[in-house]
Design a protein around this ligand. Structure first.
Ligand code: SF4
Length: 313
């Protein structure tokens, strides 16, 4: 008997005891799909002084690098992806900075352009919960009538003291408010929350509470990240002074399994450990072996005889 044969988790056809993004795209789009990160040249209200300056302590300093047109960025990444896997579709992912932070007419042009990229089956838009004004919501709903949209909102933590310490410049109450308005707007929009484990000063209980609080809001998807120390960030300064110590792998795996157990069983786990660009990653070194981390999560859930949502209430 393999781990796959004894897997009690319903949204899986492998040994995975959580709903992977791959399982989701095969179920919804008929095959594996690749996300293509794009930089549309937006800024962030947490960098330009509107909400804060300097940005979140883990975010690269400076604004968008704007690496060419959306189409150029997309085509370059699309052909790389197609050389690696047989793919059924692509998800243009407006990732860099805050992709709802512009006048509605600018957003409309960018969303229309991204949604029209060849092979696109869904559009993903990364943003902050405090950047969802009525005009923005109207544009998201409008484009979602042409192509399904996932709005990816950075939550990171539900502990306001941590949010302040990392210079997030919004509270959990503001997050809930923005999320509530996004849900109320309707359209063909799914919502993905991002949370980060290993934030400075956070205990295991804080991280688990963040997952429990997120679960209570019933997101369609979750991305669980490890805090990476990137060069040229305020966090890197703390790390180099010895003030910040990254999580160890075993601790991360154990916390992630606790969090998965608390999340809604049908929530898509779009990521379990983030990927950092090699040229800017300072620490921890173990996160470079992403497959090893994911394998350890599989082994730990199997060892516990557990799965995503086992303790969801
Ligand atoms: S992490 Fe996101 S919200 Fe924070 S400063 Fe960077 S772009 Fe802005």
């Amino acid at each position: 008997m393999s781990q796959k044969d004894v897997n009690p988790y319903p949204f899986s056809d492998t040994n995975k005891r959580y709903q992977t993004f791959d399982y989701y795209t095969r179920a919804v789009f008929g095959g594996k799909c690749a996300r293509i990160p794009l930089d549309a040249g937006f800024s962030c209200p947490n960098k330009d002084g509107t909400r804060g300056t300097g940005g979140c302590i883990f975010c690269l300093r400076g604004s968008s690098s704007n690496r060419g047109t959306l189409s150029e960025q997309y085509e370059e990444a699309r052909w790389v992806a197609l050389r690696k896997w047989p793919l059924s579709g692509f998800i243009p992912y407006l990732q860099a900075n805050t992709n709802t932070y512009a006048p509605p007419e600018v957003l409309r042009r960018v969303y229309e352009e991204a949604a029209a990229l060849p092979g696109a089956v869904m559009l993903a838009v990364a943003t902050r919960a405090d950047c969802l004004s009525p005009g923005v919501l109207e544009e998201l709903v409008r484009i979602s009538k042409k192509l399904p949209v996932t709005v990816e909102i950075g939550l990171q933590t539900t502990n306001d003291a941590t949010a302040e310490a990392i210079n997030r410049c919004h509270t959990f109450a503001e997050f809930r408010d923005g999320y509530g308005r996004l849900r109320a707007a309707g359209g063909n929009i799914s919502v993905c929350f991002h949370i980060i484990n290993g934030l400075p000063g956070e205990t295991r209980e804080d991280m688990i509470k963040t997952a429990r609080d997120a679960a209570a809001l019933r997101p369609d998807m979750m991305k669980i990240h490890l805090l990476h120390v990137l060069r040229d960030t305020p966090l890197a300064d703390s790390y180099e002074k010895g003030e910040y110590v990254p999580m160890e792998k075993d601790e991360y795996v154990s916390v992630v399994c606790d969090q998965l157990e608390l999340l809604p069983p049908d929530c898509v786990i779009a990521r379990l450990s983030g990927e950092a660009p090699e040229d800017v990653l300072l620490a921890p070194a173990w996160c470079r072996r992403k497959i090893a981390v994911m394998n350890d999560v599989d082994k730990e859930l199997f060892r516990r005889d557990s799965w995503q949502g086992k303790y969801y209430v």
